[in-house]
Write a protein that binds this ligand. Sequence first.
Ligand SMILES: O=C(CO)[C@@H](O)[C@H](O)[C@H](O)[C@H](O)COP(=O)(O)O
Ligand SMILES: [Zn+2]
Length: 197
Amino acid sequence: MLNYKSLLSQNVQDSIHAKKSILEDSTLLDNFNAATECLVECYKRGGRLYIAGNGGSAADSQHLAAEFVSKLARDRNPLPSEALTTDSSILTAIGNDYGYQYVFSRQLQAKLQPNDVFLAITTSGMSQNIVEALNVCKEKNVKSILLTGRDGGRCAEIADFNLIVPGTKTSTIQELHIVLAHTMCEAVETKMFFENT
Ligand SMILES: O=C(CO)[C@@H](O)[C@H](O)[C@H](O)[C@H](O)COP(=O)(O)O
Ligand SMILES: [Zn+2]
């Protein structure tokens, strides 16, 4: 019989193990540093951050955009950011007229400016609408950051900064994405507004 308490213990242990492995992953730590610097530069030059993902990663996209625009932890000016997952009219029109694989790429074609950055969130690295969105960034010469897991899939071949977190389950990978994304937002917030305080 399923034991709920042992399932929770197992999941907490998996989560702790995956989070601890980040500390020894020098490639991930270096890429995180470079991606954060890229985002700070974007904002210093007046750029915007666009974010997209599917399912739980769509929720994460909105969660993060809210923290850049409103605040993470400290009062400050808003930082421009937009999740590409929120406008049901745009999503259904593009999905219906062109195909679901274009729901993010077409928005980026319409919106991207040279100083912008795109943050893609996909646990598999294989979602076709994220692949298409990263291809638009490449075409437009706009920097892209990828939060992913496993081997990063096709997306890791296209993005500029690959943040490939450890963990074998989609849910664990998503938990790690939030740790990295919150930290990136905290770092940008501090660098842009509070570095000398
Ligand atoms: O949140 C979860 C699972 O934790 C799901 O909704 C999950 O995000 C969806 O299956 C997504 O479609 C997975 O897409 P991706 O992470 O592989 O790009
Ligand atoms: Zn989930």
